[in-house]
Design a protein around this ligand. Structure first.
Ligand code: FO1
Length: 324
């Protein structure tokens, strides 16, 4: 272990990704971990700048999260939301009172000229996170779903329409001009980096907006450290959310092999579930090394178990940067 330097960059969306990020945070020295959060789910709502994946990652690593729900805080109260409902306002996106304070503070600070990177670092530190968390970009990238009901922004598709409309195509609006955040770029070129881990998040909804940036893709490929994806799918089902259905609707195979094909240009290795061992030869044929673990994380201890397994795989050197 190089305890004083960065060792792991973890790319993450919300719920599933945040669980592995939490396991990594509990396993690694604080300075060794940089978690890079998706910003494609961000939106302006009720006059507030809401950054759900950043917040889910902060709450989860800080141990303040609502574990069963996957997002938001434990010990939450709902006076604000109830009153918005009484007023006939938009109450389809649940903002708890404690969570609301973060959105109000961030919105105010952004208006005063602060960057999302600065605010993410400050909020994480204030709420008790010791590793580093940064947004994938300080510039907006918005995930837009082209569905049978027309174009929907991420939260209107995911929360308001309960991810029910069939997704025909996805746009990562803004990704063509956005650039990765300074900490993200510096992390990938850090000489002490041992691996970049793509956490088990929805590839097309949560990681897609990150790797839609040309300079992020180039930096991942150019980084001397290997890029290792942890599959978000066991068999043909994701643990939570519409991952498998999204992949199927987009013409992808909804299993670990489909995930490997999506990430193929970027990754050197993949961690799949033992139950998917039969898919390993086809993934290896693509030039991607395969390691196996139990990728389910029903309880907080499972997040640490999977994190330890992933770090052992990084340590054993079985996944090397491949020549391209
Ligand atoms: N997800 C929901 O399914 N329903 C909600 O009402 C909801 C509110 C919410 C508020 C703050 C926040 O940070 C996240 C919230 N999420 C909610 C999760 C959010 O939709 C995430 O983008 C997804 O979980 C995907 O990671």
């Amino acid at each position: 272990m190089r305890a004083n330097g960065l060792e792991i960059v973890a790319l993450s969306g919300g719920v599933g990704g945040a669980k592995l990020a939490m396991g990594l945070a509990r396993t690694l020295p604080a300075k060794a971990l940089l978690v890079v959060a998706n910003v494609g789910d961000d939106f302006d709502h009720l006059g507030l700048s809401i950054t759900p994946d950043i917040d889910t990652i902060i709450y989860t690593i800080a141990g303040l999260n609502n574990w069963g729900q996957g997002w938001g805080r434990a010990d939450e109260s709902w006076n604000f939301m109830d009153t918005i409902g009484d007023l006939g306002g938009e109450d389809w996106f649940q903002l708890g009172d404690r969570d609301l304070a973060l959105h109000v503070w961030r919105t105010d600070q952004l208006r005063r000229g602060a960057t999302l990177s600065t605010l993410t670092a400050a909020a994480a530190e204030r709420l008790g996170v010791t590793c580093t968390i940064c947004p994938s970009s300080d510039l907006p990238i918005r995930t837009i779903l082209e569905t049978a009901e027309g174009e929907l922004d991420f939260q209107r598709y995911f929360v308001r329409r309960r991810a029910e409309p069939e997704v025909r195509a996805i746009q990562y609006r803004g990704a063509e001009t956005a650039v990765p955040s300074p900490l993200f770029m510096a992390g990938l070129s850090n000489p002490s980096l041992r691996a970049t881990i793509i956490c088990p998040s929805n590839p097309v909804l949560s990681i897609g907006p990150i790797i839609a940036m040309d300079s992020a893709r180039k930096a991942l490929v150019d980084a001397p450290a290997p890029v290792i994806a942890v599959s978000p799918i066991k068999g043909e089902s994701a643990f939570k959310g519409p991952t498998a259905r999204n992949m199927r609707n987009l013409g992808m195979t909804p299993n670990a092999l489909g995930v490997a094909r999506y990430y193929q240009p970027l990754i050197d290795g993949m961690v799949i579930d033992h139950a998917d061992a039969a898919l390993a030869p086809a993934i290896r044929e693509m030039g991607i090394a395969v390691a196996m673990s139990d990728i389910s994380m029903p309880e907080p201890e499972d997040c640490e178990r999977l994190a330890r397994d992933v770090l052992a795989i990084v340590d054993d050197g079985s996944i090397r940067k491949r020549s391209r």
